[in-house]
Design a protein around this ligand. Structure first.
Ligand code: NAP
Ligand code: ZN
Length: 349
């Protein structure tokens, strides 16, 4: 089956309409009519070949929501018409230690929703900037939010889980002081989630225009990180800091804000490295510098259910397919509060 999509033929070319193949659903497959797809900064890194190994044509998109259109004969628990989501993972080996632990995100055989090898045509996966997708049932999430919120649920599938998983792992909760750095797609979800978990949340932004806006997301305090004196007020006080920034920056300025045994976890994945931090900032107070990648399928379902229960969705700006290139430029300027989401109905020609 051929479906309409939006993608690029080279890293220096804009995205444009194209047609892509989707496989006929197998026994355990779910075919989904995609209603909306979020625009993650990873989409831009990949499609512009800022990260190594992009295969073209490249169709990005891993914040997918829609309705089940067909199911294979062996699919259990999902029916035609169900509201579902697909995040960054569409397959994995299913039998390693990580898959067994529900941490498919750390499986060496993880198949990403775009740009990963697959037996399907054309030989690599093509993502959610498309009308339909076919995915093994294990990687399809159930959405329990009201349908009216569906577009704003889409970003939970990447921005939501990528912040939820480290916040849980490093015990964000009552009595803990948590920083979230970079108030974009990921960061604004990090603030909402850490606040809902009961932590004292401090938002770090380079944008003066987000100072008040970040409070509305649930931050008790906001630091505009361009002002060193604002940073200095928080020296040695954080249990945990989650860094979502998409560009290289000074990690020492954040490490010194951690208490003894505090952790700075990086989820932002800039195309070029950060300047190396000063090891003394780690040694002196037994601090940790860590990383985290999205989250496993069971935890993604847990996050979606947590958000449905707490009424949490992303703050979004809905765009047409022909506005994707302009949306990328605005994302680079930090000119979005806080996530662009594509209305996939506008892919139809
Ligand atoms: P985004 O919406 O563009 O947000 C990034 C934010 O970082 C910006 O809004 C801005 O926030 C801040 N920022 C940008 N450039 C900066 C600079 N030069 N110096 C300081 N701050 C800067 O991007 P996103 O979609 O949230 O993604 C963020 C990063 O996470 C990307 O690198 C993406 O590839 C990565 N990512 C990683 C995972 C994972 O599994 N680890 C998953 C998804 C995405 P302020 O305006 O508040 O300063
Ligand atoms: Zn993403």
């Amino acid at each position: 089956m051929l479906v309409e999509a939006y993608g690029a033929h080279a890293g220096d070319k804009p995205l444009e309409p194209l047609q892509i193949p989707r496989r006929t659903p197998g026994a355990h497959d779910v075919q989904i009519d995609i209603a909306f797809c979020g625009i993650c900064h990873s989409d831009l890194h990949q499609v512009r070949a800022e990260w190594a190994g992009t295969r073209f044509p490249c169709v990005p998109g891993h914040e997918i929501v829609g309705r089940v259109a067909a199911v294979g004969p062996d699919v259990s628990g999902l029916r035609v018409g169900d509201l579902v989501g697909v995040g960054c993972i569409v397959d994995s080996c299913k039998h390693c230690h990580d898959c067994g632990a529900g941490l498919e995100n750390y499986c060496d055989g993880m198949v990403g929703t775009y740009n990963s090898p697959t037996p399907d045509e054309p030989g690599w996966t093509l993502g959610g900037y498309s009308q339909k997708i076919v995915v093994h049932e294990r990687y399809v999430l159930r959405i329990r939010h009201p349908e009216s919120q569906l577009a704003a649920v889409a970003p939970l599938l990447c921005a939501g889980i990528t912040t939820y998983s480290p916040l849980r792992h490093w015990n964000a909760g009552p009595g803990r002081k948590v920083g979230v750095v970079g108030i974009g797609g990921l960061g604004h979800m990090g603030v909402k989630l850490a606040h809902a978990m009961g932590a004292h949340v401090v938002a770090f932004t380079t944008s003066e225009s987000k100072r008040e806006a970040a409070r509305a997301l649930g931050a008790s305090e906001v630091v505009v990180s361009r002002h060193p004196q604002e940073l200095a007020r928080h020296a040695g006080s954080f249990d945990f800091i989650l860094d979502t920034v998409a560009a290289p920056h000074d990690l020492d300025a954040l490490l010194v804000l951690l208490k003894r045994d505090g952790t700075l976890t990086l989820v932002g994945a800039p195309a070029t490295p950060h300047p190396s931090p000063n090891v003394f900032n780690l040694i002196m107070k037994r601090r940790s510098l860590a990383g985290s990648m999205i989250g496993g399928i069971p935890e993604t379902q847990e996050m979606l259910d947590f958000c449905a229960e707490h009424g949490i969705v992303a703050d979004i700006e809905l765009v047409r397919a022909d506005q994707i290139n302009a949306a990328y430029e605005r994302m680079l300027r930090g000119d979005v509060k806080y996530r662009f989401v594509i209305d996939n109905a506008t892919l139809a020609r």
